[in-house]
Design a protein around this ligand. Structure first.
Ligand code: NAD
Ligand code: UDP
Length: 317
């Protein structure tokens, strides 16, 4: 059945893939975005679809919606961008969640929150399961994002308990793919753009820290399955690829796939940079029948093809 679905942050990297998927499934999609890190270009190919609408809006401000489902993806995700105006990041996470939760409650619509593995901070448990409560520095440079997202989760569960709101909370681990912004600042896009331009790949710290990289198509499948799950399954649920790689391993893979002659250069490690990250996805496997299908090499190849094409077109990088 066709639904009216709002995607806040829909012109961003993940949001644009979600809008595309929901349209392909036959739904009507209203994309809200303030274009802080998102781009009209990400959804330009959808503008001619009569079931798609694009609306410039900042979720820090209240809005009146008509929808059966709301996905809240609006928030800068890259440390460089979320730290550029930390107060705004917290406002987006907290006031944005409040505004959208009010609408979902009024409409009796389901509402999805794009939460993050950052709620686990620099984790003392490995891999990270949903019951782990995290190790976040509340006064550090990442706190605007980590604590903002933690507060948003609290709001989601308080609305559920006190107002009966139909919530869905996914904790997303590092996800990459086509339509990341060339200046996004996250590691996969940085390395690919640097390798394609023959520049040195910037390794922060000794490169021994690990991350688990999920391909965007796999993640979006997880979003849709979570939204379709019965109301009594609200999460939080980890969505990510449990393959774990050091940053040095990632750099070597990117150099191998591009055939680049780039070298590796060391840069200082950002403050509070988590040392290890790997999701325990057994809950998602059990409740959603979900697990990632695209391995790192295949996903990197697709992402590489995307960046090659935009750099060849005169390059936004
Ligand atoms: P992104 O920066 O590409 O997308 C975020 C989108 O939200 C952008 O289009 C931006 O313009 C928009 N936005 C930001 N603040 C807004 C506001 N106040 N009002 C309206 N729109 C606003 O990042 P992404 O990787 O696509 O991430 C999407 C969501 O997923 C974010 O909430 C992020 O925290 C979460 N997430 C992503 C990852 C990942 O690895 N990609 C990991 C964990 C969580
Ligand atoms: N990183 C790096 N070089 C870069 C960008 C990031 O070594 O050019 C490291 C960063 O310090 C972190 C990891 O790669 O340890 C992942 O960083 P990213 O910003 O992608 O996401 P995070 O998981 O830290 O939010």
């Amino acid at each position: 059945m066709s639904k009216r679905i709002v995607v806040a942050g829909g012109a961003g990297f993940l949001g644009s893939h979600l809008c595309e998927r929901l349209l392909a499934d036959g739904h009507e999609v209203l994309c809200l975005d303030n274009f802080f890190t998102g781009r009209r270009d990400n959804v330009r190919h959808l503008l001619e679809n009569p079931r798609f609408e694009l609306f410039r809006h900042d979720i820090i401000e209240p809005v009146s919606l008509e929808a059966d489902e709301i996905y809240n993806l609006a928030c800068p995700a890259s440390p460089v961008h979320y730290q550029s105006d930390p107060v705004r990041t917290t406002k987006t996470s907290v006031l944005g969640a409040l505004n959208l939760l009010e609408q979902a409650t009024r409409l009796k619509a389901k509402i999805f929150q794009a939460s993050t593995s950052e709620v686990y901070g620099d984790p003392l448990e490995h891999p990270q399961g949903e019951s782990y409560r995290g190790s976040v520095n509340p006064v550090g440079v990442r706190a605007c994002y980590d604590e903002g997202k933690r507060c948003a989760e609290s709001l989601f569960f308080d609305y559920r308990r006190s107002r009966g709101t139909r919530i869905k909370v996914a904790r997303i681990f590092n996800t990459y793919g086509p339509r990341m912004h060339p200046q996004d600042g996250r590691v996969v896009s940085n390395f690919i753009v640097q390798a394609l331009k023959g520049e040195d790949l910037t390794i922060y710290g000794d490169g021994g820290q690990t991350r688990s990289f999920c391909y965007c198509g796999d993640l979006i499948e997880g979003f849709v399955r979570l939204m379709a799950a019965p109301d009594d399954f609200a999460g939080p649920v980890n969505l990510g690829n449990p393959g774990e790689f050091t940053i040095l391993e990632l750099a070597e893979k990117v150099i191998g796939l591009t055939g680049s002659r780039s070298r590796l250069v060391r840069r200082s490690l950002p403050e509070d940079d988590p040392v290890r990250r790997r999701p325990d996805i057994s809950l998602a496997q059990r409740e959603l029948g979900w697990s990632p299908q695209v391995d790192l090499e295949a996903g990197l190849k697709n992402t590489l093809a995307y960046f090659k094409s935009i750099l060849n077109q005169g390059g936004e990088a």
